[in-house]
Design a protein. Structure first.
Length: 284
């Protein structure tokens, strides 16, 4: 199983599409009624969708996998019937509602697309970080109902995986459940750095980065998208096995004044904090 896409609802679809297909580097992957789809250079038919709506919201965090994997998620949640989705790649799946209105979608992805060779465009999504007012409940749900595995816990975050990648989702401590950020995987460190330069040339300054995280050991650069969401370029996310020891907050303490391995950049919390609360999960 792997993280496939994030489904957003936004008032200004045109502005978001211009940014995503422009400076950010995604590729238009078609439309279905009011929904626009965007792909990366990997094999997913799309990795992000935006639908026009009066209020910004997160409609779903979507994962794809084989039939047995998706049916196993349904079994854990007492759901047997799979419904069809009118999205690029097609497929049947199901939706599971989390303890803080998070909506997780699981789809059997029947069709993939050929990968592209552009080294400086995002490949796929590697993780989505969700703000949570109850991290214990969010983590417990992800383990018991979604079948994910805990990789690390810090004083601020819980990291969980659904395959060998260190994390596909993480839960950040916050007062308001919402989308914290979405991470787009780049080919390598150079691609991340070139992406940061491309965004700067387009008028978007990084609000954190470049740097290298502790848990996951990935390189990063964060930006505020014009629609208010936080987006990340990242590369070199660690792969871990069943023998990986779950880290604790004591294992992930930084020296004073440092919040990543490199320690060369500061996080602009004045900009990232308010923006994160814009994209709350859509309630039924």
């Amino acid at each position: 199983m792997r993280l496939r896409s994030v489904e957003l609802e936004l008032p200004d679809v045109g502005q978001a599409a211009d940014f995503l297909c422009g400076a950010w580097g995604l590729i238009a992957a078609g439309k279905s009624k009011e929904t626009h789809f965007f792909r990366g250079t990997g094999t997913h038919p799309y990795i992000l969708s935006i639908t026009g709506a009066s209020t910004p919201a997160v409609a779903a965090i979507t994962f794809s996998g084989g039939t047995e994997e998706i049916e196993a998620v349904g079994h854990r949640n007492g759901t047997k019937n799979l419904v069809s989705y009118d999205v690029p790649g097609g497929g049947k799946g199901l939706e599971i509602r989390g303890p803080e209105a998070q909506n997780y979608r699981f789809i059997v992805e029947n069709r993939v697309v050929e990968s592209l060779s552009d080294r400086d465009k995002p490949i796929q999504l590697t993780h989505a970080v969700l703000n949570s007012a109850d991290q214990d409940a969010a983590e417990r749900f992800a383990v018991e109902k979604l079948g994910f595995i805990v990789s690390d816990r810090t004083a601020h975050m819980r990291f969980l995986r659904c395959n060998r990648k260190h994390h596909c989702v993480a839960y950040a401590k916050a007062a308001l459940p919402s989308l914290n950020h979405v991470a787009f995987e780049m080919k390598d460190v150079d691609a991340v750095m070139r992406g940061i330069a491309r965004l700067r040339e387009a008028g978007y300054e990084a609000v954190w980065g470049p740097g290298r995280h502790g848990p996951g050991n990935n390189v990063f650069g964060y930006f505020i998208a014009p629609y208010g969401g936080v987006v990340e370029y990242t590369a070199e996310v660690s792969e871990v096995g069943d023998d990986y020891k779950v880290g604790t907050p004591e294992d992930w303490k930084w020296p004073p004044g440092r919040i990543d391995h490199w320690g060369i950049s500061k996080k602009d919390t004045a900009k990232t904090g308010p923006a994160e609360a814009v994209l709350r999960f859509k309630t039924p």
